[in-house]
Design a protein around this ligand. Structure first.
Ligand SMILES: [Zn+2]
Length: 270
């Protein structure tokens, strides 16, 4: 995937179907070898846990490409259950990539949401609970309580119910385009706000607009983060780079989740 694509955020993109189909084809070609590994799975003796990290934005009624319907989200979770996946918390995931002795269930999945929309609380959260599953919500702290966004109380409630919370910075600006000082403020302030709110450590970030640089990673580490999620497509493994973690975007125009996993689940190790 080219650098320009990495710099973009699904939340900001004007999506064209053709563009994404094109992107998917190029990704599929690049990862065809990995697809075989996916198919073989962990029972093959290869000894590698593959962790698809799904990236949703909204679950609701708007017609954006970034919004999936409630029924569609239920179907996705139903399929994950039927296929034997176990949803894991952000903490479990981070322990896994940090420590070679930590292992996960055989078919783990991390279900993430970016941007902290109100519908994450109203729709995604109760559906996850209904299925006995957990999600990880990357919220924009400067937008908490604004129209259509989650409130601090809602974030706390979700965390109390076992959901994980991560930072999506204060203002959702592209970190690689900011000065080191500004980027540092985005990272430290959002972390501090969430930690004050939750009374627990928050050490994962999803980069707004997928924008990050070597400097961003260095700042993130110095601020106490342990993990950074990109918008590069792929599946994580134990040895994935902690601050360049791939995810699998889920769009409104997609077919079902099995197809998405087939198309976009190549190992994102770069
Ligand atoms: Zn975003």
């Amino acid at each position: 995937m080219d650098v320009a694509m990495m710099q973009q955020d699904w939340g900001e993109m004007t999506l064209s179907r053709r563009r994404f189909l094109k992107m998917c084809v190029s990704t599929a070609v690049a990862v065809s070898g990995s697809q075989l590994l996916m198919t073989l799975g962990t029972s093959s003796g290869l000894g590698e846990r593959l962790v698809p990290v799904l990236a949703y934005h909204r679950v609701g009624f708007t017609t954006s490409d970034l919004t999936v319907s409630l029924q569609r989200f239920k179907n996705d979770l139903q399929q994950l259950k039927a296929d034997g996946y176990t949803s894991i918390t952000l903490q479990d995931f981070m322990r896994f990539i940090d420590d070679k002795n930590v292992e996960l269930p055989e078919k783990p999945v991390l279900i993430t949401f970016d941007d902290g929309y109100q519908d994450n609380y109203e729709h995604a959260f109760p559906i996850l609970e209904q299925f006995g599953m957990v999600g990880s919500f990357f919220v924009i702290t400067g937008m908490l309580g604004q129209p259509e966004r989650v409130t601090p109380e809602q974030v706390k409630e979700m965390a109390r119910h076992g959901m994980s919370i991560g930072s999506h910075t204060v203002s959702h600006r592209a970190l690689a385009e900011l000065s080191a000082e500004e980027a540092s403020l985005e990272l430290t302030m959002s972390k501090a706000t969430l930690e004050d709110l939750l009374g627990a450590e928050v050490s994962a970030i999803a980069y707004p607009r997928g924008s990050y640089s070597e400097e961003t990673i260095a700042i993130g580490k110095s601020c106490g983060y342990n993990a950074g999620f990109t918008v590069k497509e792929g599946t994580c493994i134990k040895h994935s780079p902690d601050f360049e973690l791939s995810r699998i975007p889920v769009f409104r125009f997609d077919g079902n989740l099995r197809q998405i996993l087939r198309k976009r689940a190549g190992l994102g190790v770069g």
